[in-house]
Structures are given as C-alpha cells and as structure tokens.
Write a protein that binds this ligand. Sequence first.
Ligand SMILES: [Zn+2]
Ligand SMILES: [Zn+2]
Length: 256
Amino acid sequence: MLCPNCNQPMNLVIADDQKILHCSNCGGSFFEENGINKITLNTAQTLAEDKKSDEISSNEKKCPKDQTLLKPILPNCNQSHQISSHISDDITLLHCQKCRGIFAYPDDLISLKKTQVAKIEYYKHWQLPLNLLKKTIILGVGALIFTAVIVNYTYFQKALNQANASDLIKKLYLSRSANYLFLFFKTEKPFRSKVIFQDATDKKIIKKILSPQPKTIHQLTTTEINLENDIYYQIVLTQENGLEIKTEVKRLIMNN
Ligand SMILES: [Zn+2]
Ligand SMILES: [Zn+2]
C-alpha cells in the first residue's frame, strides 16, 4: 500500500493496539477509524520522528487501502468524524469517506495529540465528566508539563455591563503547553463567542472565533499567539439578537 502523500510503500505498525500504516519516507500515518484517538502522544512522537524528508506533495491524496480521494476534516464540523471537535484550524487531517481511515502528517499528528492531552488535563482538573470529551481518547497521557492560570470569573462579572452578568462567563481557564494556548470557559446561556488578542510586542491583533453557533461551552486551541510576547485579550459574547457583550481587556499572564 502506497503513501497518499509521497507514494512510497507504507509499513504496517502495531502500536497501542492500533493497526497503523506508516510511511518512513515522509512520516505520514494512516489510521483505521478512530485509531488516531487511541494512540498515545508517545506513539505519535515515535511515528512523527520516523521520516526521511519533510516532503509534502500537492498531488491528490488517495486512500492507501481503497484509492478513494482523501478529503480534509474541518474543525468542529461534526459531520464526518468525532475527531473534528478536537482539531483546531491549524491541524490538517485527511479522511477517507469509504473506509473512514484518517491520514495525518507528522506535525499535525503531534499537534492533535497535544491538543487532546491539554483537553484531558483540563477535564481532570475541573473533574468534568470525561465522556464530554468522547471516551475514545486514550487517557494514559505521558508527562506533559502544564502551566495553568485560573482567572477568577467575578472579575468578568464586574466587567460586564449587564444586570445578569453572573449568568455569563464561568470559570475561565487558560493553559499553555509549549506554544499551544488552550482557553476554555462556560456560559450559563448559549452565546456565540470570540476572543480578540492584542499582541503588544508585535503590534498586531488576532481574532479567534470560539463558538460560531450559540453554545455554553467555549474552547480554543491555537498556536497563533506568540506566548513569549506581551499579550492582551478580550472575550466577546454575542447574544441571539446580535448584541455584543465584552469583557475588559486583560493581560494574558501565564505563570511559567
Ligand atoms: Zn509518505
Ligand atoms: Zn479508504
């Protein structure tokens, strides 16, 4: 079976009880349905390191098993794969609609696993039911060092010019792992949400949408924010009627 990316023969690797087709040339891996959720970060790292080149071809990518054209999985689309809720817009995964296999480039595989580890740590920290995260993600998640800061939500309650502000942001949680920023909060009522980051060092503004549709759980994983810089952020909630409610601009402080 040939690699969808570089057309070299793929090897069968068994890791974490998953059958994985792996290409030692470009480092790409093809997983059976949900197999990608069941491997550990360690396995992902081993797979990602086994490559000879960083070749990314612009050819059409075909499933190594059935030659179906592979298509990208969109973040939070929920239509095809439960994995879609775990990918951010900087992770590209390709999937086969016939056998439901998933192809990942080595960097994206690592990004995905780190994102999943960050989420699991968050859920453990707040003792939230892990089934919210879909049970398929493996929980044996090696040693990834986290720094976290919990921002008291009463700060935001004061900041919101709303009579029922206490109904708004609950338990804002920020954590970082390497260059990944993970942000999470809940609202009692569904809101659309976005965060506006101001990078005072590089003098730029980065807007990230968390919930394009009204939701009560809002989360973001991104590598776009340079966490070494002086960063400020503001959360914007949008009501059903289009009214925007903003928090004050707050400095992002990660204790590392
Ligand atoms: Zn390859
Ligand atoms: Zn297939």
